[in-house]
Design a protein around this ligand. Structure first.
Ligand SMILES: *[C@@H]1O[C@H](CO)[C@@H](O)[C@H](O)[C@H]1NC(C)=O
Ligand SMILES: *[C@@H]1O[C@H](CO)[C@@H](O)[C@H](O)[C@H]1NC(C)=O
Ligand SMILES: *[C@@H]1O[C@H](CO)[C@@H](O)[C@H](O)[C@H]1NC(C)=O
Ligand SMILES: *[C@@H]1O[C@H](CO)[C@@H](O)[C@H](O)[C@H]1NC(C)=O
Length: 453
């Protein structure tokens, strides 16, 4: 159900100037053009950040358009600061510089990181800068609450294999679990685990993932097991089982936006109330993360190794036998780079960055906000996007369509600039200074060159 974050991704990765038609979209049947070769997680073509985490090689210009993915690293992430966090507009692919890359408004409160969703925003998402290729990951967290408000802790691969925990804010006693293979919707994959008061109480949510099974554990107790042997798809002749290197993603997002598919809204518990007590008290909806622990699988032979520097695919089928654990570099010199031209824009490359480069690079030209959120429909044919294979199995989806959260006049001010800010730091998360858009929407993408495409 990560597709539901599309409005966020579109707003940030795909922000257009008022004049530009918007970036090309991409899907399995429509790959990105040479000039903007990388297909982002949100189905839009570009360079720079588009080629980093989430870049789908199957939908990109060529298999090597995306930048190789940093290999798994054992680590316990204490979520008590944002020192190791970078906005996608700052991160160039060096995992030694950041543990987390994201969009939106994370903030530190009382020894944990809050992912916030101020009024009329599309929430916040964080992803690890390294990838897990099987292994265990555990999150100590508290969910958000309120109708239409969704909290998620998932593993998500660049080819859209996915293993999920999702929480809807109207049911604080259920952890919904789910998985997908290459984003193909399947309405029978979800399963619930009972949990006591996910909003008020810290719980440990864990995913144990091997080539043979997935186990979801809450507070150390197995709540659900899914075996690969149960997932054979006789039509495609393969296991419909997550099997490719995945980032850990943490998010809060508005399932209950009016523009979302009805199935999504229903699943999320209804239309979001931006004047709720929660908003009045804190200025935003939020979910809290105290610690994330990643343990790599560490086999001696693939699949599941982490011996090299990076993972990449050597075949478009993107199954676990096509993942290479190798030594290709992962770091771009600038936001003009791509997997096939990683040094572009470093000032030494002839014909490097020029003003006229066709860059949907990040960061880009100035501060013109988009007048719309492009690419509302899910480009991933057969993905769970619009059809909503979300936890609901009933049409949770991408929030297709543009995000009306921000009115056509551009969003920085009109999207929740009214929320409470400043105040009482001894009274819940309220009071942390924030200005909507300060970090998130500073990333505006220049598309002028795309008009030439
Ligand atoms: C899981 O719980 C939700 C309510 O929170 C319910 O709507 C859904 O049908 C349940 N799913 C399964 C598979 O039991
Ligand atoms: C099996 O694979 C086919 C082809 O990819 C796909 O269309 C179908 O939805 C899959 N079936 C299930 C149950 O996942
Ligand atoms: C992954 O690879 C292993 C070893 O090559 C194989 O046994 C297993 O079935 C594969 N898993 C999936 C889900 O394809
Ligand atoms: C801050 O919160 C505390 C505890 O809830 C309360 O006693 C105090 O009056 C509040 N102060 C302000 C300025 O709101």
């Amino acid at each position: 159900m990560v597709r539901a974050l599309l409005p966020l991704g579109a707003a940030l990765l795909g922000a257009t100037t008022v004049l530009a038609a918007g970036p090309p979209t991409c899907s399995l049947s429509q790959k990105c053009p040479k000039e903007a070769p990388c297909c982002s997680q949100y189905g839009q073509c570009g360079v720079g950040a588009y080629c980093l985490g989430g870049c789908d090689p199957r939908m990109s210009f060529s298999l090597d358009s995306c930048v190789p993915a940093p290999v798994c690293k054992d680590k316990t992430y204490k979520m008590d600061s944002l020192d190791r966090y970078q906005d996608i507009g700052e991160y160039l692919g060096d995992p030694s510089k950041a543990d987390w890359v994201g969009q939106g408004e994370p903030l530190v409160y009382d020894g944990s990181v809050l992912l916030t969703m101020p009024p009329k925003s599309v929430g916040t998402v964080l992803a690890t800068t390294t990838y897990m290729w099987y292994g265990n990951v555990k999150a100590r967290m508290k969910t958000s609450r309120g109708k239409g408000v969704v909290t998620a802790f998932i593993l998500f691969s660049d080819v859209k294999d996915e293993i999920d925990y999702e929480f809807v804010g109207v049911d604080l006693n259920t952890a919904q679990t789910n998985y997908y293979f290459q984003g193909i919707p399947n309405y029978d994959n979800s399963g619930n685990i009972t949990v006591a008061d996910s909003y008020n109480e810290w719980h440990d949510y864990e995913i144990q993932w091997t080539p043979d099974e997935i186990r979801w554990l809450v507070d150390g107790k197995v709540g659900r097991t899914k075996k690969r042997s149960e997932t054979w798809n006789a039509t495609s002749n393969q296991w419909a089982f997550p099997q490719t290197p995945s980032r850990v993603q943490l998010s809060i997002w508005p399932g209950g936006l009016e523009s979302n598919a009805k199935g999504t809204i229903d699943w999320a518990g209804g239309i979001i109330d931006w004047n709720s007590d929660e908003i009045k008290a804190n200025g935003y909806y939020f979910a809290s993360f105290k610690e994330i622990k990643v343990e790599c699988y560490k086999t001696s032979n693939p699949p599941g190794t982490n011996k090299g520097i990076s993972y990449y695919f050597n075949d478009i089928s993107a199954t676990n036998n096509t993942v290479v654990d190798g030594n290709k570099p992962t770091i771009l010199k600038s936001f003009l780079g791509t997997g096939t031209d990683m040094d572009k824009g470093d000032g030494t490359t002839s014909g490097g960055a020029s003003a006229s480069s066709s860059v949907n690079a990040i960061p880009g030209g100035g501060s013109t906000p988009p007048n719309q959120v492009p690419g509302g429909s899910n480009p991933n044919t057969g993905s769970s996007g619009n059809s909503g294979a979300g936890g609901s199995g009933s049409g949770s989806g991408s929030g297709s369509g543009s995000a009306p959260a921000c009115e056509a006049t551009g969003f920085s001010q009109s999207c929740g600039g009214n929320a409470a800010a400043g105040g009482n730091s001894s009274n819940g998360p309220r009071g942390v200074e924030r200005t909507l858009g300060a970090s998130a929407f500073a990333v505006v993408v220049g598309f002028a060159g795309l008009l030439l495409l």
